[in-house]
Structures are given as structure tokens and as C-alpha cells.
Design a protein around this ligand. Sequence first.
Ligand code: F6R
Length: 616
Amino acid sequence: MCGIVGYVGGQCALDVVLAGLRRLEYRGYDSAGVAVLADDGGLAAAKKAGKLANLEKELADRPLPSGPTGIGHTRWATHGGPTDANAHPHLDNAGRVAVVHNGIIENFAELRAELAERGHALASETDTEVVSHLLSESFSSCGDLAEAMRQVCRRLEGAFTLVAVHADEPDVVVGARRNSPLVVGVGDGENFLASDVAAFIAHTREAIELGQDQVVELRRDGVVVTDFDGAPADVRPYHVDWDASAAEKGGYDYFMLKEIAEQPKAVADTLLGRIDETGTLSLDEVRIPAAELREVDKVVVVACGTAYHAGLIAKYAIEHWTRIPCETELASEFRYRDPILDQRTLVIAVSQSGETMDTLMALRHAREQGAKVLAICNTNGSTIPRESDAVLYTHAGPEVAVASTKAFLTQLVACYLVALYLGQVRGTKWGDEVRGVVRELSEIAREVEEVLETMEPVRELARSLADKNTVLFLGRHVGYPVALEGALKLKELAYMHAEGFAAGELKHGPIALIEKDVPVVVVVPSPRGRSVLHDKIVSNIQEIRARGARTIVIAERGDAAVRPYADHLIEIPPTPVLLQPLVATVPLQVFACELATARGNEVDQPRNLAKSVTVE
Ligand code: F6R
């Protein structure tokens, strides 16, 4: 939520900052703004409500001076509507300091009142603006922007990433971090600050992870990191293992289409190197000793949105393969119900971004209660893995489209790996069984590819439903979370009423929603293996069809039993029951993406959303 960029170096700061904002726009697109320090010692800023394109148009009409130091911001509004006045950067009354911010300053009302009493005139409704005024006051007394930032941060409550410049220190950019992300990009004669490495990946792949409650002072030739009291801080440099092309559309109309197409590779990459030559799973990053994993008597998966759906599927795999009770819970609900946790509980936090505040707060709560936390995460060095006892990284590469696709499939793979690993360590799965499932998982990449090659009828079907108001989704067993995920994708992209149900639950109420021609997507389990499950859902399809529903059936290739009841049949390759979500979800992603396009919606940046949700 909100994207931040800072730059100091030998290039035109405005160009670097705008290019960085283009890559961060997925984080929020309610407004955008920049501030640069001009060669003549002045500070110039521009900001505009709406997407970055509005700001770029404004800058084309009224260019800012070029200078080597600058900051920028793309906003997802929290305090104050998406107006020009509330757009960042926020300046002090003298126009000498400019600040951009991601997060929420919880004590802003009190600070605002205090500033007003001292004669400051605040021009916006934001919580951020207090920081520019406080920085201005502190800088007047200490003459050092980094020190001023430390003084101000000690007064702030809440979550904040702040980046600031001051006209009196034109070769310095200062950043601060509490809870929200901020990464340093280390260049040659230039340095960068950003919410996400994507903003500077075209310039450098060397990065430094900033820790909690740290302040960074950035100059052309150096980076100094301290804590909020000014003591030197330990930092962790790392190399980003993907390059700028991974964050480009690469010929696709939308990032989402590219990311859907990248799924076979993302799945394969997430499996890579995780099984040794003896067929044993070796999850090096899972640093929780085997002895402790053997003691675990309960697993709780916490996550939000799409990641939560991956967690719901994980529950089936964990309980089936390890026989340990597993609960999956929405991270935003978790800590408020006083969950029962202790040293024998393993909490698995699933997050693409590694920055989702609800998930972060849930994991902090779990650790405070003595539970061990394992993160499943796609973003190296982000807060959730940093604060966990162990991490299993998914290797989906950067996911830019707001709607999660390839991250979801790789989260599933990681959840299966964790479940198998627990089974291996605890002896509930023998080596040959683990190897067998890993072999089946390895084949899934090719099967996802196969599904992708047969998606034209799904796109056609989606276009034919563009004027519908409601689509329902049904599933049983692991197909139920797939139905929830299909409905979520449709809501967020096509802005349609979409709901997922457990198929068996339909008769307990939701069946009243079925009327003539309502499209109902049904995810059918394999007819092999658990055929009872399959038979039950075939009956459910008949029940809804009898009431006029238009049935869209996702079923295994060759499943003859569903054919008579499917108005539209989407065939997927046969897979083991537990692994079916890896192939069954793909048509639903394509369906939602095509429906959104047919309805004229913005696929990569759906309304009201932001990719990384860093507020609770
Ligand atoms: C939906 C979507 C969101 C995220 C959720 C969690 O397509 O992308 O529901 O899954 O906000 O985000 P992460 O995984 O970054 O914690």
C-alpha cells in the first residue's frame, strides 16, 4: 500500500523517480507526486490525484527542474480522500522539506493540534502532513535531516515508512521504517530507497534490507543506517536474483496475463532444489529443529485473501499427510479471539508480499504466545519472513498485477512441501511416499501448461457472460477453497457479485439464489480415488440444473458422469485429489481476467485495491 521512491546520484532524479513509481503503481493508484531538489538549491514538487499518468501529464505541461536528488509517492488513500491536496509529498510551510509516507500515524490528531497551537498551517486531511512540519522544526534546531528524522520518529505511533528531503541538505535523502517496507538499492555513485526492489531493479540488483525502527541516510557515495536513537544498526545486504525484464509486461497486454502464463515455470522453480538425490525433502530454510517439529501437536495457518485460500487447501494436505490437527484462519481475525497457542503449536504465515499487516500482526501474536512461526513468502527480505522462526520462499518471481495468480499456485506448492516435510520428519510419510508425491508435484508444471493451452473456450464463455450480475462457485473438499478463490478473482476483477460455497452446504440456504440462467461454476473432484465425493457433487450439479442454473463444470478429462449435466465443460488433466487445485484454479483465473476485460475494467489495477496491504 503506497509506493515510495527516493534517489540521490548522478542521473536526473525526476526521471529515476518517475520510472520507479511506474513499477510501484500496483501498490496504490489514488494519486501520485514527486519532489526534487533543484540545482539552484530550491525544492520543487508536483502532485496529482488519480493515476500516475495524471501526474506525468501535469509534468509535461509544467516541468520540474532537473536535479540529482528526489522522492516520489503513489498513494492508496487512508486518511483523507484521493485529492490533489491529500496527495504526497507533503511540504512544511516554508516549502523546504518534503515527505512521503506509507502507513498510518495513529497519534496524528494530537500532533496536528500541537502543531496548530505553535502556528503551523496544515493544508491536507492526511496523517502524513504532521511529519513534514515536525521535521522542519527539528531540522531548524539540529541542522541534520537524519537526526531530525530520528527525533520525529520517536514521537510517532503506528506504522510508517517515511522518506524525506530538505532543501538545506540537497545531497541527502533520509528514510525511516517501522512496520511498512523500505529497501535500499546500492548503486555505483548513486543510491535508492523504495518500498520494493522493483523500483530500482533497472539500476542495481544489490539491496539492503532495513530492519524495524531504523533510519537510513542516503548520499551518492554512502548509506548510513542507525536505530531511532542514533546507534549504528546491523544491516543485511542481499542480491536480488531476478532482473528488470521479470518486472516488465513482456508483450502481454496485462501483467496478469503474463503472470498466469508464467505459472508452469513458477511451480517448477518453487520445487527446484528441494529434494536431494536420495529423494529426501530438504527444506534448508526451515530452521526449526526436527526434534521441535516432532513435538508439534497443532498447526495453524494464518493468511489473507488468496493466500488464505492456499491455507485452506494446506489444511487438507497437512491433516491427511501428518495427522496433526490443522486450523486455517483469517489473519485479521486471529489475534482478536485469543487463540490457544503454545510452544507445541506451529503457525504457518502465508503471504506473497511478506508485508500484509494483518498477517504480520497475527504472527507477532503467535510468537508472543510461544508458538513457532514458519513463513511461506514470495518476497525475499520482507518483514514476515524476517520476523518468523523459519521461512520457505516461493519462487514465483515478482507479481505485479494486483490479483494474485502465480503466487497462489506457488503458495500451494510450498504448503504441500511443508506438509510432506512434516510427514517425513515425524515419520507419518515414508521416503518412497514423499518421493511419489514430489514426483506428482513435478508433473503438475506440465499439466498447468496443458490447461493454459486449452483456454480459448473459457475466454469465449467469459465474454458471453459479460452482462450477468451474479456468478456462483461450488466445490467440495479441496475444490471448496478453489471455488472461493474463483469467486474472489471475479469480484476483484469483474466487480460482479460472486460467491463460493461448499457444494454440500447449498441445500442449507444458498440454493435459494439459483434462478433461471444464473451461471454456476462447479469444481468437480476426480472420479478416481474418492469417488463418493465425486458422486455427491454430480448430484449437486443435477439439483442446481433442475432449478434453471447454467452449469459450468470443471472436471477431469474423461469424466463421463458429469457430461450430461454440464452446459459448459472445462476439462483439466487428471491429478491426485489433493493436488487438483493446482490445475483447477487456472481456468478460473483466465475466466475472471477475460470477464474483466469484456466489462472494460482495469485488469492489473482493479478499483479500490492495492497489492500490498500494509494497514490493518
Ligand atoms: C487477491 C489478492 C489478495 C492477497 C491478500 C494477501 O487476488 O491478491 O487477496 O492475496 O491481500 O496478500 P499477501 O499474500 O501479500 O499477504
